[in-house]
Design a protein around this ligand. Structure first.
Ligand SMILES: Cc1cc2nc3c(=O)[nH]c(=O)nc-3n(C[C@H](O)[C@H](O)[C@H](O)COP(=O)(O)OP(=O)(O)OC[C@H]3O[C@@H](n4cnc5c(N)ncnc54)[C@H](O)[C@@H]3O)c2cc1C
Length: 374
């Protein structure tokens, strides 16, 4: 699929930044479980923290295809960074799509500049695939809402200065899910310890506990009861972002595997001369290309209107492609693929999350079948 000259130009800039500034930090950031903040500032300098912020608030306001390209390239550098960026962008998207003028003016110019970092707090310990089962409550009391409950698995949980929160205005009524903005410094909010994860280790994933947190009623982002449809609308864009990140991560693994297969000699020549290895590379490259095309197709549909079917197809296919490709990349590296000094070991661990967050593969298939049949 052809890109416009501007999209190609963006790709080149982000590609260079990802390869020269993000990727070199990945090994240490993964090892220490520390987010590379200097990289975040670099993304802000490139206007990428304003990816989904309207221009009038100083953002880049990228079209969905450009956003997909940015996600792909950043994930080539490191998935933890791309995930932090895409979740921050989910938060700015919520504000841009549903916020009042006053809310947008208060938050978007600063978030476009990169700080405060945004987070998207939907999942709970007992409500993941089915967020309608959430139990966090924001009960109206005069000019305030009083929030009680717990969120789980929140990306940017520790780094964020503002949370887009989904809570019920009546815990016993599933139809009351509502979207709110919660500043990070409110009394009664406790950020949990960072989860110790298989992959995505430089990304801070935490719980959030709300204990009688009071926010002004004007911090409500959607009408009462409109929160869940808002979340699903925003997550359609998020799923395209994760699909694009899967493609970028897989491309990095393929590039590593191709280079290694030409350097590594066995049986008197490079292993890239062995037909089995060549077929692996062929299959990896083909799946990546198919995933990229599905992702760009979903992004184009999103630009033109609704893309629930295409976004779920892209995320399902691309995340499985990332698992397949990183597995084969480790295999092609043999023992050297299994140790932590190499890059493919981290890519293999990182890839797994793409099949889980923002809707598991099973949930994507459920959406696809529903869209086909209804
Ligand atoms: C690193 C990380 C970062 C995350 N970041 C965020 C974030 O920023 N914000 C946020 O709100 N959430 C976030 N999440 C949460 C993530 O979106 C959920 O983990 C995911 O939606 C799955 O929910 P669950 O873990 O509760 O699994 P469950 O819903 O308990 O599912 C368990 C298994 O059952 C399957 N299953 C469940 N229901 C069905 C069904 N109807 N049909 C078929 N299979 C089904 C699932 O596919 C899965 O295999 C993050 C998670 C992780 C691990």
């Amino acid at each position: 699929m052809e890109l416009t000259a501007e999209q190609e130009a963006v790709r080149e800039v982000v590609r260079e930044f990802a390869r020269e500034e993000i990727r070199p930090t990945a090994l240490e950031a993964d090892r220490n479980q520390e987010f590379p903040e200097a990289v975040w500032d670099g993304l802000a300098d490139l206007d990428l923290t304003g990816l989904t912020v309207p221009e009038e608030y100083g953002g880049y306001d990228a079209d969905p295809v450009t956003a997909a390209i940015v996600n792909e390239e950043v994930a080539y550098g490191m998935l933890s960074v791309a995930t932090a960026l895409s979740v921050h962008s989910l938060a700015t998207s919520c504000l841009a799509e549903f916020g009042s003028d006053a809310q947008q003016e208060r938050w978007l110019p600063e978030m476009a500049e990169g700080r405060p970092v945004g987070a998207f707090a939907l999942s709970e310990p007992h409500a993941g695939s089915n967020p309608a089962e959430m139990s966090t409550e924001a009960r109206r009391e005069g000019d305030e809402y009083v929030i009680n409950g717990e969120k789980q698995w929140i990306t940017n949980g520790e780094r964020a200065g503002v949370y887009v929160l989904f809570a019920k205005t009546d815990r016993d009524d599933p139809s009351t899910v509502t979207q709110f903005l919660v500043p990070g410094d409110v009394d009664g909010l406790t950020v949990g310890e960072k989860e110790d994860k298989l992959g995505l280790r430089a990304s801070d994933t935490t719980s959030l506990t709300f204990d009688d947190v009071r926010i002004p009623a004007e911090n409500r982002l959607t009408e009462e009861g409109k929160g869940l449809s808002a979340a699903f609308h925003i997550l359609t864009g998020g799923r395209i972002a994760i699909a694009a990140q899967s493609v970028g991560l897989a491309q990095c693994a393929l590039d590593e595997a191709m280079a290694y297969s030409q350097e590594r000699d066995q049986f008197g020549g490079p292993i890239s001369d062995i037909q089995t290895i060549r077929h692996k590379l062929a299959e990896m490259a083909t799946r990546i290309r198919a995933a990229r095309l599905l992702t760009r197709d979903a992004a184009r549909k999103r630009a033109a209107g609704s893309a629930a079917l295409e976004a779920s197809m892209a995320k399902y296919f691309a995340s499985e492609a990332a698992m397949f490709v990183t597995n084969e990349a480790v295999q092609i590296h043999g023992g050297y693929g299994y140790v932590t000094e190499g890059e493919v070991e981290r890519l293999y661990r990182d890839a797994k999350i793409t099949e889980i967050y923002e809707g598991t593969t099973e949930i994507q298939k459920t959406v696809i079948a529903r869209e086909l049949l209804e």
